[in-house]
Design a protein around this ligand. Structure first.
Ligand SMILES: C[S@@+](CC[C@H](N)C(=O)[O-])C[C@H]1O[C@@H](n2cnc3c(N)ncnc32)[C@H](O)[C@@H]1O
Length: 252
């Protein structure tokens, strides 16, 4: 499989020595995660695989919402930090290269946020990693993709900012999908209703004008089922009105 991993492992092993490397704040991210869970219709007790969980912050927020989480990451340092910080909440963590791992059973939910495997130039046309992850999902499961991005002309060293259009293209063959751009503060105000095409348009505009970063989201419900029913040609049922409106940001 093409999935490149060694560079990411070394890179993050170095960085995760620093506690809370990404400087996450629970007050900012907690409403975002709980609103996303509510929008996606996750049930309490759902078993979630957090792919590329890093230092485990999102695994922790997911578990706070009543789900049972298993976090995997290729970085040993990251998993050690995650285990130390959040292992006591019943979350399980494992050092694993997601491109070369098999699990004993399938998950109700796959959650993948800003995993480096999506930080590629070929993101739009290559869905190899998504197809791989969907193998771990139950047929009626929920796939949640989240990716940190911005739509201004600003770039970030080492991180490609994908656009709404890129996400729509990447997931084009899957039906029953919802695509949004969320800036997190919106979930403070509107909770699950922040995941709407109106708020997405507003956030995209703010991001274009002021470079405000946010989260590209794609929720697929029962994606494997849909794929089997509709075949590879399915063009999808996105409710993301503005998909394609945001101009692709030049990726490096
Ligand atoms: C930008 S960080 C995001 C971490 C975490 N999801 C978050 O949102 O804070 C990207 C993560 O992807 C992980 N990663 C990269 N390649 C991987 C692979 N093949 N298998 C598992 N994790 C991987 C890295 O180790 C890193 O922790």
């Amino acid at each position: 499989m093409r999935i490149q991993t060694m560079h990411d492992k070394l890179y993050y092993d170095d960085r995760y020595v620093q506690p809370n490397y990404f400087r996450y704040r629970e007050w900012l991210y907690r409403p975002y995660v709980s609103s996303l869970i509510s929008f996606s219709g996750l049930k309490a007790g759902s078993v979630v695989l957090d792919v590329g969980c890093g230092q485990g912050f999102f695994s922790y927020l997911l578990s706070k919402c009543g789900t049972r989480v298993h976090g995997v990451d290729i970085s040993e340092t990251g998993i050690m930090a995650a285990q130390n910080l959040y292992g006591r909440y019943g979350i399980t963590f494992e050092v694993a290269d997601i491109g070369a791992t098999e699990f004993a059973s399938k998950f109700d939910v796959i959650f993948v946020r800003s995993c480096s495997l999506y930080n590629t130039e070929s993101f739009v046309s290559d869905d190899e990693i998504t197809r791989r992850l969907l193998r771990y999902l139950k047929d009626d499961g929920i796939f949640i993709f989240a990716y940190n991005s911005a739509f201004s002309s600003k770039t970030s060293p080492g991180w490609r900012y994908h656009s709404l259009h890129d996400v729509a293209e990447h997931f084009r063959k899957y039906s029953n999908k919802s695509i949004f751009f969320c800036n997190k503060i919106d979930t403070w105000l509107f909770r699950r209703y922040a995941f709407s095409s109106f708020v997405t348009r507003l956030n995209a505009l703010l991001s274009k004008l002021f470079g405000i970063r946010g989260e590209l989201i794609c929720v697929l419900r029962g994606p494997r089922e849909a794929q089997l029913q509709n075949g590879q040609k399915a063009s999808g049922g996105t409710n993301a009105g503005p998909s394609g409106e945001a101009k692709p940001v030049p990726s490096r």
